[in-house]
Design a protein around this ligand. Sequence first.
Ligand code: HEM
Length: 203
Amino acid sequence: MRHFWWRLLIFLVAASVPFYWLYLAAIAALGPDPGKVLVDNLGEGALVFLLCSLAMTPLQRLSGWAGWISFRRQLGLWAFAYAVLHLSAYLYFLLGLDFSSFGAELVERPYITVGAVALMGLLALAATSTRWSMRKLGRRWKQLHRLIYPMLLIVLLHMLWVVRADAGRWVLYASIAALLLLVRLPTVAHRLAGFRTRWGRRA
Ligand code: HEM
């Protein structure tokens, strides 16, 4: 497996962080409402992994190191895993596993509806992230995986709904997302590749 140690490091960090948060909750270090903090942290973690996954292609274009691409799928799958944990923590800590009130929240609270749409989108991407799906879907695979961009916007909308008054962190994530979407525009991507070639010649 290529870049085994880097992949292992990503795995260890991503897998241990939720346990660390649980530990903090257990020793009462997450404040008066640890369940809510866990839900928030897991949601934010999912967004961070999503952004990291989207940063891999521009980093590869800028640096010329193909290794970045080999982490893209792993980071995307962690985004999905954190989103599932985020939903599970919400169901467990905030709703006390009352699934009928989840049904009501889905209908009555638009930010929950939007979150569910984003989760369904991430599920479709995670389920078709295998080489087998790539072969089977052919050109349609790329089209399907472009869903990641609307999903990112939907997640940002979901977050904005929650943090409304305290939008500092939201502005930071939205700016990073805007930058990552901007560098994917063909003219910008082309310039990035040209910049690397000129830089390579000088070095
Ligand atoms: C059925 C799906 C989902 C449900 C029910 C849900 C539920 C929630 C709830 C209840 C909150 C606010 C908790 C609070 O502070 O009171 C929240 C916040 C958030 N969610 Fe979700 N969510 C879902 C999907 C997602 C997905 C797919 C992502 C990202 C990939 C995500 C990212 C976030 C973020 C970034 C926040 C803000 C956290 C913060 O304030 O720091 N959510 N979500």
